[in-house]
Design a protein around this ligand. Sequence first.
Ligand SMILES: Nc1ncnc2c1ncn2[C@@H]1O[C@H](COP(=O)(O)OP(=O)(O)OC[C@H]2O[C@@H]([n+]3cccc(C(=O)O)c3)[C@H](O)[C@@H]2O)[C@@H](O)[C@H]1O
Ligand SMILES: Nc1ncnc2c1ncn2[C@@H]1O[C@H](COP(=O)(O)OP(=O)(O)OP(=O)(O)O)[C@@H](O)[C@H]1O
Ligand SMILES: NC(=O)CC[C@H](N)C(=O)O
Length: 586
Amino acid sequence: MRTLRLALAQTNSTVGDLDGNAAAVVEWTARAKRAGAHMVAFGEMMLTGYPVEDLVFRESFVRASRQRVERLASELAEAGLGGIVVVVGYLDADGPARMDADADPGVGPRDALAVLHSGRVVTRYFKHHLPNYGVFDEDRYFVSGDTLEVVRVGGVDVAVTVCEDIWQPGGPFAVARQAGVGLVVNINASPFERDKDDTRLSLVKRRAAEANATVAYVNVIGGQDELVFDGDTMIVKADGELVLRGPRFTEELLLADLTFDDAGDVPEVTDAAMAVRHTEISGGSLPLRRNLITPVKTEPLSDLAEVWGALTLGLRDYVDKNGFASVLFGLSGGIDSAVVAALAVDALGPDRVHAVSNPSQYSSQHSRDDAADLAQRTGLHYLVEPIQTIVDAYLSQLSLSGVAVENLQARVRGVIWMALSNQHGHLVLAAGNKSEYAVGYSTLYGDAVGGYAPIKDVPKTLVFELAKWRNAEAKRRGEVAPIPDNIITKPPSAELRPDQVDTDSLPPYEVLDAILAGYVDGDAGRDDLVAAGHDPAIVDRILRLVDIAEYKRRQSAPGTKVTGKSFGRDRRLPITNRFREGDSRA
Ligand SMILES: Nc1ncnc2c1ncn2[C@@H]1O[C@H](COP(=O)(O)OP(=O)(O)OC[C@H]2O[C@@H]([n+]3cccc(C(=O)O)c3)[C@H](O)[C@@H]2O)[C@@H](O)[C@H]1O
Ligand SMILES: Nc1ncnc2c1ncn2[C@@H]1O[C@H](COP(=O)(O)OP(=O)(O)OP(=O)(O)O)[C@@H](O)[C@H]1O
Ligand SMILES: NC(=O)CC[C@H](N)C(=O)O
């Protein structure tokens, strides 16, 4: 029997920061070595960050990545870490991108993995299955690898694979079984989506059974524009036993001692879906420290806790990775900006959060009081900048009425936030939720301004649930609840005209969100929604609102994806579009 002490480094990388990411690999490898690990695996594209999008088309970037991985191998050896096997994701290419008309279809950019040892790149593996759905566009960028890489480490045969390789049957995992490997390492950049942890665990179990091997699944964490990576690193044995499960949303080095039969002679694999290449790093048993490793088994998070974790990490990383010291937003005393405030304080600490109350003649006293109360509870910086004199100055010059006057108020607020941003360098946050983005219920260049929209993918009904959950969480921890109860219980209102409430223009949010879940997230048609029991007149009205608001969404700030289908890359629709649901009915 052979024992391999495996380390899985669940780390946070930054797109384009090759030196910073390489330094993190050296630092975490040193930690793995101190813990007595023989092998350490990092996430997909750890060296470049993920996804690098059209940077793939720049030869200079590809070259920088290729050179950096070679240099990383020597830096590890220079740091006395050459004896540990390091598996790390990076961008490679063995030919020009396919957008080049003369490109050979068999070569091009590769979503690659390098195995580093003794100061050099011992071998490379190119991702076989390329995801090309939802937020992924890998057929645009990469050429699929066709060779499974097996490295022998301490007499154990280890196959290495990349992310999507584990999501599809019949690929590298089936070939790994034919190659008789003991362990399959799968390195990931798998973005968060509600309930994805349940999907992942059963997926890893299925692939472990398919490979008849232990599977080590390592995922990155961190925010990258609209995506947030949630970790959930795990090890599962061939029989489905869960050996280790890492935390969500935090960096962690996870360790396990894994026992295998001797690898013996290399089996000949013929007639497999992929070729198999073997590289021997060390055939003899590796020395094992006597200290016992008890692998971590993190308990799953509740649904709301994981959404909150994703939203705070997505916001924090957007702010930090883009170099902002602070954020600013309008705090109305309504539920949306209250939840954004609580998230921002959790993500950044109250000292980096600035909220502005901009009362107008229609702002109720309770909204002003609720905003001030929230500021006091959370300790964020709070400023009151009334807008009425500025609105009146516009109205004295322009003859406006109705929605134009409503929108003017929202726009004056937007101008104030952007002026404060320009003056003090705060990132402006847009407080709109997914239901509002869906139906266009926001003012362009008004409350929709901002560089980041933290709850853009959170339907209004979920905004309420999160507010209640966050307050209950505070109570459980013996802390002050951040959101005043009145904000949660009062009816939502834009307060842009006397006695306005959201239900003047929209159906109740429970009804709206159920229709949006079908139409936006599920791509259901009008007839499917009516057949599902929704009121036909409401369906017709909502679908029309969604269709004609495409132009607003296209101009909107990015925000953290938490649902199966977020606005943006997940859902791409033409702005100029005359198709209306129902038009094609016979
Ligand atoms: N296809 C297209 N492509 C490009 N631009 C297009 C366009 N169609 C209209 N436009 C432009 O967009 C303008 C209309 O958009 P916009 O100015 O935003 O105005 P609009 O959508 O007409 O009104 C904003 C709505 O949002 C509601 N609101 C505002 C603020 C906060 C809240 C809340 O509670 O969260 C709700 C408000 O009550 C009102 O119903 C047009 O005047 C035109 O300039
Ligand atoms: N009086 C105000 N002071 C500061 N910001 C405001 C004010 N009114 C609106 N805003 C900003 O405009 C955004 C949209 O306003 P709106 O009133 O629709 O949202 P809300 O008050 O957060 O939530 P809801 O009205 O849905 O309960 C707010 O989230 C807030 O950022
Ligand atoms: N980077 C990838 O290949 C990710 C795709 C995969 N289906 C996931 O969401 O985890």
